[in-house]
Ligand binder design. Structure first.
Ligand SMILES: [Zn+2]
Length: 495
């Protein structure tokens, strides 16, 4: 019997959704995207199909994806008919019902909701204004999980820290009666490599400021845009600190504060934020299968997350991921293909507030994780895929390299480097499930991420079709591969 080990060796850091991913993913940064891709590179009409040595089934799947609007239509439906889908909210519950209907309508079987509990939190009033020296209003949003200010607000002088590291280096005490302002800019990168470092102030800013006696915290939004949209995202209090309120200012408002500070002025800010905790609420994962024809017990798990933040409509984060993965499964079904292994689609709940659905899935299926032979999530927008990464090594890796060869003409190369398969796959990956990831160009992802501006119009149909073509190819070829992806997984993780 195969040895199935639990893995804790990975260094975890912050990921693209208010959660965690392996810190080894993506190490380079650049000012402009190195991934130059145009829809004409992969348009069904422009591809010289005759020149490709593709199995007929694969060619058919790709032509269907590239000339159709599978993922795009699903994403349109979710963002239009449900809108915002905050973890534990009635809207997230509606999204689960939507997903059940959608899963069934494309032909998945065993469709069900697997419920779990999640701590509730809702946004209240949120305003910020400079009282002196130059009175004016600012754009702010509370971070998820933040405690409130009094209803009348907090009025206090700002203590400025150019970066989060400056706050960490500050002596304990000394910030009594102050609102801490932490700036620090996020580096733009196609693989989102700037997010982990930039996100530390969001995760830890309130804790570090509270330890030093501050009343509240405002941060420069964790994002790469210059628009007047503050970026929310989950935060947490640690070390039993006094839970002080924390909000994110839009980038132009953070710039404004810095311009005033540069004049040598002392800024007095008024901050009103009245979010509240709403107790234990119900969330859930929606699960559906294409049951395998020869090895039904072996599961290839794919999916995205159903919940979103409450500002935009969660189009790039992550209705797109639900659309791409469900769209890929839909194409297999419409093509009449019967995969040997089970293809399982999961629309995870409550990802944004700490991978709650991901851990609930891993816990509920803990006695069957050894039968999860491959797992992957799409959760980085809808930009074109440029590379395939996998944690699989040894003989089975060659099969995954064959998948890459079958999507190479879509602009997708093989990329070295570790992957956890996506945020909601982390608990599975840590339990030894082999991971694969189709890396998307997310150069502009953090312009929109967790803002009011994350809406459906940002999704490019041709780019989403390329995603669906790659995913359909991947799940079909993986389901047919005559290898065991689980072999060598232990060695691969140990490296
Ligand atoms: Zn996400």
């Amino acid at each position: 019997m195969r040895k199935f080990t639990f893995v804790f060796a990975l260094v975890l850091s912050l990921s693209a959704c208010g959660d965690i991913q392996t810190s080894t993913e993506g190490a380079q940064t650049e000012k402009t995207s190195p991934i130059v891709a145009k829809a004409t590179d992969w348009s069904a009409d422009d591809i010289k199909w005759g020149a490709l040595t593709l199995p007929a089934n694969v060619k058919n799947l790709q032509q269907m994806a590239l000339s159709g609007s599978y993922g795009y239509d699903i994403t349109e439906s979710l963002t239009t008919e449900i809108g915002q889908r905050l973890a534990g909210s009635p809207e997230e519950a509606k999204a689960r019902d939507w997903a059940v209907e959608k899963f069934k309508s494309v032909g998945l079987t065993n469709v069900r909701i697997e419920e779990f509990d999640v701590p509730g939190w809702v946004r209240g009033v949120e305003t910020a204004e400079i009282l002196s020296p130059f009175p004016q209003k600012l754009e702010i949003t509370a971070l998820g999980g933040s405690s409130p200010t009094p209803e009348s607000g907090i009025e206090a002088e700002i203590a400025y820290f150019p970066t989060f590291e400056d706050l960490e280096a500050a002596p304990m005490g000394g910030l009594e009666g102050k609102i801490v302002f932490v700036s620090g800019r996020m580096t733009k990168a196609h693989d989102g490599a700037g997010y982990g470092p930039a996100n530390r102030k969001r995760q830890l800013g309130a804790t570090e400021a509270s330890k030093r006696g501050a009343l509240a915290v405002v941060i420069r939004s964790v994002g790469t845009d210059s628009h007047r949209f503050p970026h929310t995202g989950q935060m947490r209090y640690r070390d039993n600190v006094e839970p002080i309120p924390i909000g994110a200012l839009s980038a132009p408002d953070a710039d404004q504060l810095e311009r005033i500070l540069k004049r040598g002025e002392t800024i007095t800010l008024k901050l009103v934020m009245t979010p509240r905790s709403t107790g234990t609420l119900t969330s859930g994962n929606v699960v559906g299968d294409i049951v395998g024809s020869e090895k039904p017990e072996e599961i290839i798990l794919i999916g995205g997350h159903l919940d979103s933040w409450d500002l935009g409509t969660g189009a790039v984060d992550d209705a797109a991921g639900v659309g791409i993965t469900l769209g890929a499964a839909q194409i297999l079904l419409e093509a009449g293909l019967k995969p040997k292994r089970t293809i399982r689609v999961v629309a995870f709940g409550s990802e944004e507030v700490g991978l709650v659905g991901a851990f609930a899935y891993a816990n509920r299926h803990k006695d069957n994780l050894q039968n999860h032979v491959l797992a992957s999530e799409s959760d980085f927008g809808a930009g074109p895929i440029y590379a395939l990464r996998t944690s699989v090594k040894g003989p089975a890796r060659a099969e995954l390299e064959n998948i890459q060869k079958a999507i190479a003409h879509l602009g997708i190369k093989m990329e070295e480097g570790e992957t956890s398969g996506g945020p909601d796959i982390i608990p599975l990956f840590r339990a030894g499930v082999p991971a694969i990831r189709l890396q998307q160009n997310g150069f502009d992802y953090f312009d929109l991420h967790h803002t009011h501006d994350d809406t459906f119009d940002k999704i490019v149909p041709e780019e989403m079709a390329q995603n669906v073509a790659a995913w359909a190819t991947m799940i079909w070829m993986a389901s047919e591969a005559d290898v065991d992806f689980r072999e060598n997984i232990e060695e691969s993780i140990g490296e």
